[in-house]
Design a protein around this ligand. Structure first.
Ligand code: SF4
Length: 397
């Protein structure tokens, strides 16, 4: 499929919308009352610190809703206003936050369900309205909805679209896209749908494995088994790694994306004549500012004297998990929760340790005066952060 031509024609279709519908004023009032927080504004204005009783709260200097998420949620609200009686669907969670998704369900927006590993688009009628979430949708899904004659409201963040354009450039130059990401993550699924040849690497260890193969060769079968879910059909590492370009899931750890890019660049420089490097390696900066700012603020926060860290965000939120990793690297007791409801009675806390299932911890709040560091992922409303802070204050009496 010529994905570029399809996207171009979609952009010109009258059934396709990438901007709001002129209801910003009403929608902003609703968003402010549902998601904003006076307490958080107060803490921001007070150098990101608040002490009450024997608890000092220190907020990261950048956290919570990013521009792309605010835009996507506002567009979804506007869509409901603009099509008050029509059936509206969304191809996935609008963002990785349970309270925001729940709110959309209450507004009668249907979520396309996954049946036996596949999304069931059979429920979508021909004239229905379908919202594409902030992290986008695969080009095949867009084509299916367009063929059905649906009205498509595309809230894909422009930063994600930038990565898609990068993948298009790789394809044009016959380079394989090396995508730093999680091959199952919705954003990466969308990104690779634009690629011709791709390989998804999760982390530096996988990148090293691939670069070692490029330089020294290796067991092809082992390679293909290792990346069986993470490469394009018919991928041949002996041929398809001769020309590579770097792309990323926008929510990955920025420093790791940069290191992976440098490693591939160095590898290609070692393997090929430096004069010909552009024939073998392409790299464009596609790291999202919001992800970078939240990670930088977290690196700053962990330098302070913090007794424990609360990391707030959806459990399937990649950028939240990376914030948690930064705290764990510094050996700070760190608790990832998705809402204040995880703070249970009797000093108990239900939380998700890194790469593990939910657990319940007792006595997680140390006695005496404590300093609690707080950050939240790009999909987390300030209101949720406020509720967590209020519960910590209450739990400490
Ligand atoms: S984290 Fe970045 S790429 Fe993702 S929605 Fe926010 S601004 Fe867009």
């Amino acid at each position: 499929m010529d994905t570029k031509a399809f996207k171009r024609s979609l952009n010109h279709s009258e059934n396709y919308h990438r901007k709001g519908f002129g209801h910003q004023a009403e929608v902003n009032i609703a968003l402010e009352s549902e998601y904003q927080s006076d307490l958080i504004q107060k803490i921001r204005a007070n150098s990101y610190t608040l002490t009450q009783g024997n608890v000092t709260i220190k907020l990261a200097e950048s956290f919570g809703f990013c521009w792309g998420v605010e835009r996507a949620v506002a567009m979804a609200y506007e869509t409901r206003q603009h099509f008050p009686t029509q059936d509206i669907w969304i191809t996935n969670e609008i963002i990785h936050n349970p309270s925001v998704n729940q709110r959309l369900k209450e507004m009668n927006v249907g979520f396309i369900e996954v049946q036996q590993g596949k999304k069931d688009f059979g429920v979508v009628g021909e004239k229905d309205v379908v919202i594409l979430p902030a992290f986008g949708a695969s080009v095949q899904e867009m084509q299916l909805l367009n063929d059905k004659g649906c009205t498509i409201v595309d809230t894909t963040c422009p930063w994600v679209s930038k990565v898609w354009n990068t993948v298009e450039k790789h394809k044009k130059n016959d380079h394989t896209s090396i995508v730093h990401g999680q091959y199952k993550h919705e954003e990466t699924v969308a990104t690779i749908s634009f690629a011709n040849k791709y390989l998804v690497v999760l982390n530096m260890a996988e990148a090293r494995y691939v670069c070692d193969y490029i330089l020294n060769g290796g067991d092809k079968q082992q390679f293909l088994t290792k990346f069986s879910n993470a490469c394009s059909a018919g991928f041949d590492p002996d041929v398809d790694l001769e020309r590579v370009g770097i792309a990323n899931q926008t929510t990955m750890l920025k420093t790791e994306t940069e290191e992976i890019g440098k490693l591939f660049q160095l590898t290609m420089l070692r393997k090929y004549n430096p004069v010909e490097i552009n024939d073998h390696f392409l790299s464009f900066n596609t790291i999202c500012d919001a992800t970078q700012e939240r990670q930088d603020a977290m690196f700053q926060l962990v330098e302070e004297k913090i007794d424990l860290m609360m990391v707030i965000g959806g459990f399937n939120s990649s950028n939240t998990t990376h914030l948690q990793e930064i705290s764990i690297d510094r050996a700070i007791p760190s608790y990832h929760i998705d809402s204040a409801d995880r703070i249970l009675a009797d000093y108990r806390l239900e939380h998700k340790p890194l790469k593990q299932d939910l657990v319940i911890s007792d006595n997680w709040l140390p006695a005496g005066h404590i300093t609690v560091g707080i950050t939240s992922g790009a999909s987390t409303p300030d209101k949720v952060v406020e509720e967590v802070i209020e519960k910590i204050f209450a739990a400490k009496g």
